[in-house]
Design a protein around this ligand. Structure first.
Ligand code: SF4
Length: 507
């Protein structure tokens, strides 16, 4: 009988979370490399180059791939022949591993979990608790899969109870465009079919833990109906032309996974959960011989892609930026920002707009007139860093505040990720403002452009405080121009229908 020690579970979970914070899986790197080689859209190719370059920087520097280091999801298969040694229950062991990983001073991860989610939403400060799924199997070992799931992609999960005669593929094709780009494509779609409502969601999440193998499947051909469905959805979704970061391009999904389970004769429950450019998961086994030993990947796996600003990008000085400068920016144009940016996300916007609506002054030193805001919640710095990884957060959560920010607060322009809603695009047009996007999933690369950082307001909000960043050559793309043209509308339209005819080389 294997004896599983409490400390082995804790140490293994902690190591696994550190590992996946900076290492993409080899299959993901190879699939992203193939997408880069295939991509014909210049904007999407630039975004994928940033994702790949960021991935390599993180693997080399042991810093997080994304500033959102995720909610921890753990799948445990407990062999019924094992005996446990320790005083904690399984959830407490796993949560101690989470705590240890997220507070690791050498690579502190961002604590993103809030308790009392419907009301106070207070940060638990160590990213606990994890979401844990446990099942019992035959055998004398414990199998653990650890994942860290970003909020941007988790927020786009969809579920439906279809009629048994409905087409699953048609439903997926209806919902994917509704997801927008906040899930940071290219990534994966996990699809769960059958069981009950909650089982379909769980199947969708579980399917994302499997390695990417659609290239092999395309090469050998489908062997059953589920494989046919995977291929159909993969081809039709990529044919939508959404592309990397929703900019329009050939690759939106690197793979489509499907798991199914028997269901009620009256029901067809279906769930889809996307996984983003920061796909993070690892699988290991404990058999009583000690903690898991995780081998670092070979850096030769990363394709020879090193993003660098090219001569086609326009350099923009933020200090002294004028309305007329913004009006000269073209949709889809790549800019390199230098100078001072203010930051802010959900909690800061709520407070700022409440003060402005009540006619009260903003905190001393906080003035948005003539400034550009960056929607970000950075990771804490370690060592000599000015700031930890600091990629963009999903901008449309700030839509309800944008008209006030552009009007009463005097804000000039914004930087975030993914599309804006139609009312916000109209507000941008009326204020002759602009909305720029940085690449989601390239957080360390973006933070390398940040040369200084100081808290300006609301320090008690932690990563949600308002900071002032001084940046040099921060790469962004004009997503909504001052006349209200949105590349998230025009890009996918231009690339729609172009994927299906392109053969994928399998390496
Ligand atoms: S890549 Fe995008 S969706 Fe994924 S964790 Fe980062 S910001 Fe969130």
């Amino acid at each position: 009988m294997s004896v599983i020690r409490e400390e082995d579970v804790i140490a293994s979970v902690a190591d696994a979370l550190q590992y996946i914070s900076y290492y993409h899986t080899p299959d993901f790197i190879q699939a992203m490399g193939r997408a880069y080689a295939l991509e014909k859209s210049p904007s999407a190719r630039d975004a994928i180059a940033q994702i790949l370059s960021n991935s390599r920087l993180c693997a080399e520097g042991h810093r997080p791939i994304c500033q959102d280091t995720g909610i921890v999801v753990v799948f445990v298969k407990v062999g019924m022949g094992v005996r446990w040694e320790g005083r904690r229950d399984l959830a407490a062991m796993i949560n101690e591993g989470v705590r240890r990983a997220y507070l690791n001073p050498d690579n502190k991860l961002r604590a993103s979990i809030v308790a009392d989610p419907a009301f106070k939403r207070s940060n638990t400060r160590d990213n606990t608790p994890a979401v844990i799924h446990t099942e019992f199997t035959l055998g004398e070992h414990v199998e653990i899969t650890v994942a860290a799931k970003g909020g941007g992609s988790e927020n786009k999960a969809k579920f439906a109870m279809l009629n048994p005669s409905d087409s699953v593929a048609d439903w997926v094709l209806d919902v994917v465009p509704e997801m927008g780009a906040g899930w940071c494509p290219p990534g994966m779609l996990g699809i769960g079919i059958g069981g009950s409502a909650e089982q379909a969601m769980l199947l969708a999440k579980k399917s994302l833990m499997e390695p990417i193998d659609i290239g092999e499947l395309r090469a050998r051909g489908p062997r059953n109906r589920l494989e046919e469905l995977r291929l159909e959805i993969y081809t039709r979704v990529n044919d939508l032309g959404i592309g990397a970061q929703g900019l329009g391009g050939l690759t939106t999904v690197l793979d489509v996974k499907v798991l199914d389970y028997p269901t009620h004769a009256a029901s067809l429950p279906v769930a889809v959960i996307p996984n983003c450019a920061a796909t993070r998961h690892i699988h290991f086994m404990l058999d009583g011989s000690g903690p898991a030993r995780l081998q670092p990947p070979d850096l030769a796996l990363w394709p020879d892609v090193h993003w660098a600003a090219d001569a086609s990008s326009r350099r923009v000085q933020l200090d002294g930026l004028r309305q007329s400068d913004i009006e000269s920016w073209k949709p889809g144009e790549r800019l390199l920002l230098s100078g001072k940016l203010l930051t802010g996300r959900d909690a800061a916007h709520k407070r700022i707009c409440a003060l402005l609506d009540a006619g009260e002054p903003l905190p001393p030193g906080l003035d948005f007139h003539g400034r550009v805001i960056y929607y970000v919640g950075p990771v804490d710095p370690v060592g000599s860093e000015v700031v930890g990884p600091a990629g963009p957060t999903t901008a449309n959560r700030m839509d309800r505040f944008t008209d006030t920010m552009l009007g009463k607060a005097g804000l000039l322009a914004m930087v975030g990720k993914a599309e804006r809603g139609p009312e916000t695009v109209d507000s941008i047009r009326r204020h002759r403002s602009a909305y720029l996007i940085a690449v989601g999933g390239a957080a360390l690369l973006v933070s390398n452009a940040i040369r200084a950082s100081r808290v300006v307001a609301f320090p008690e909000l932690g990563m949600e405080a308002v900071y002032e960043f001084e940046v040099r050559d921060m790469p962004v793309t004009v997503a909504v121009s001052s006349d209200g043209e949105s590349v998230h509308e025009t890009g996918p339209k231009a690339w729609r229908g172009q994927f299906a005819g392109i053969p994928l080389a399998v390496e």
